[in-house]
Design a protein around this ligand. Structure first.
Ligand code: CAA
Length: 259
């Protein structure tokens, strides 16, 4: 991977989109690297949480690469959208949780990348937005869908139609991010949250992600039936037995084994 830096600390992987000269803009190469990263993370049984951030102090990701997009034909545009959507869908459906640590501009494809993560934390320098209509295009890596689901259709339509960027405090207010930190505290906070999640029973955490993501796409009767199946499956795990036994014995549970 040329454009992604990957660090693994215990059960947490920290991946940094690293194309700082272009404010980490997503060209085809970066998308290919993200795809490779996600395959590697999904195949690594030690990794329980992914943290995604951008290199440099200015940007998380400043969007899809405008230079690369500028000469696309209709067919090529559709294919580029599919390329991004396929990678972002792989991120959204990654079995383990992903935390976006949004350390600056998260525009267009950058905002869309953050929205494909489970949780968004950001620095007080972060700027979110879908500026695409100002460039003559629609959001193309899932922005019309995920922004509407996250902040509601009315607010999503206002932001997308107006191409207005918003600062961290407004992103927090509308629910586009979960928490805002002074810039230097963002990564420690993201890593701390990742470690906290990684300490909980991994099979249960993965089941929660599946239940929430897939359940939101279903009628409530089917969604609660999915929850019942996943809930039941936890009772076959060693971690459930240890977790409940430890509670009953009034002791701290042993570290969870992911089995
Ligand atoms: N694509 C390609 N290059 C980009 C880029 C992008 N999205 N964003 C920034 N860059 C490049 C700039 O061209 C510049 O390169 P050079 O030094 O070679 O000129 C470098 O990064 C630094 O950028 P600026 O000089 O513009 O930095 P700034 O601090 O003045 O402005 C900014 C920062 C406001 C983020 C500005 O760079 C900007 O507006 N970028 C574009 C943001 C945008 O419109 N993103 C959406 C793209 S469309 C999309 O993403 C579609 C989709 O949904 C799939």
């Amino acid at each position: 991977m040329t454009h992604i830096l990957l660090e693994k600390k215990d059960h947490v992987a920290i991946a940094t989109v690293n194309r700082p000269k272009a404010l980490n803009a997503l060209n085809s190469e970066v998308l290919n690297d993200l795809n490779t990263l996600l395959d590697e993370i999904a195949a690594d049984p030690e990794i329980r949480v992914l943290v995604l951030t951008g290199s440099g102090e200015k940007a998380f990701v400043a969007g899809a690469d405008i230079g690369e997009m500028s000469t696309l034909t209709r067919t090529e545009g559709e294919a580029f959208g599919k390329k991004g959507n396929d990678v972002f869908r792989k991120l959204e459906t990654l079995p383990i949780p992903a935390i976006a640590a949004v350390n600056g501009y998260a525009l267009g494809g950058g905002c869309e990348l953050a929205m494909a993560c489970d949780i968004r934390l950001c620095s007080d320098t972060a700027v979110f937005g879908q500026p695409e209509t100002g460039l003559g295009i629609t959001p193309g890596f899932g922005g019309t869908q995920r922004l509407a689901r996250l902040v509601g259709p009315g607010m999503a339509k206002q932001l997308i139609y107006s191409a207005r960027n918003i600062k961290a405090d407004e992103a927090l207010r509308i629910g586009l991010c979960n928490a805002v930190y002074p810039a230097e505290e963002l990564m420690p906070a993201a890593e701390k949250l990742a470690e906290t999640i990684a300490k909980n029973a991994p099979i249960a955490v993965r089941a929660c992600k599946k239940a929430i993501n897939e359940g939101l796409e279903m009628p409530m009767d089917e969604a609660v039936a999915l929850e019942e199946k996943l809930f039941g499956s936890c009772f076959e795990t060693a971690d459930q037995k240890e977790g409940m036994q430890a509670f009953l014995e009034k002791r701290r549970h042993d570290p969870y084994q992911n089995r």
